[in-house]
Design a protein around this ligand. Sequence first.
Ligand SMILES: [Zn+2]
Ligand SMILES: [Zn+2]
Length: 208
Amino acid sequence: MLKADFHIHTEYSRCSNLKPKDIISQAKIKGLDVIGVVDHGNIKGGLLVKKIAGRKLTVIPGEEIKTNCGDLIIFNSDGKYSRDLIEICERAKQLNHFIYTPHPFDITRHSLDKNLKTIKKYINAVEIFNSRCYVNKFNEKAKMFAAKNKLVGLCGSDAHFKNEIGKSINYIYSTKFNLNKIKISGTNCKYSPIHVHLKSSIERFFKS
Ligand SMILES: [Zn+2]
Ligand SMILES: [Zn+2]
C-alpha cells in the first residue's frame, strides 16, 4: 500500500519556506511514498524535489496556475502555460499533462467554482479535501462535484510549512504508482490550524 499527499509547496512559492531537502525528510517521517509538489506559477520546486529525492520517493512535479477563473494544478507541466483556463485545459490534454483542481468552491481563495462544469471533460482529478480550507462546506461541495461527475477525488495538505506535510493522506492499494490509473482506496485527512494562512502572509511579506 502506498501513502500519498498530492499538494505540497516549496520555497519557490512566495508563501512557503519549505526547502526541497526538508520536504523529502518530512515526507519520509510521515511515511509518505508519493508526493505532488507544486508552486504558484512555476515548476522549479517540483523538479528540484524530484531530482534530489531520486528513488527514495515518488515525486510528481507540477505547478499551481492562477488562471483567469481560479487556481488550477497541472502535474508534469512544462511551465509554459498561459493564464487562460480553457487554453490551459486544451493544451494539457494535447500534451497529456494531468489536470487537478485544487480547493474548488473555496470562496475565500482564488478558486474554480461554477466554471468547473465548463472544464469537467478535461479534469483528471478533483481535490476533494484540502487541509487549508477552513470551512468544511467547501470540501464537501468538491466531494459532491467529483462523485456526481464520476471524477477521481484526491486529497492534499496544501502544505506551505513543515508541519503541514501529510495532513491529508491518500491510500493506494498498489505497490507501483501510476498517476494516470490512480485509484484511491481510503484517506486520512485533517485540517491545518487557521494560523497557517497568517504564516503564509508573513512569508509573502518578507519575500516581496
Ligand atoms: Zn500559497
Ligand atoms: Zn496550493
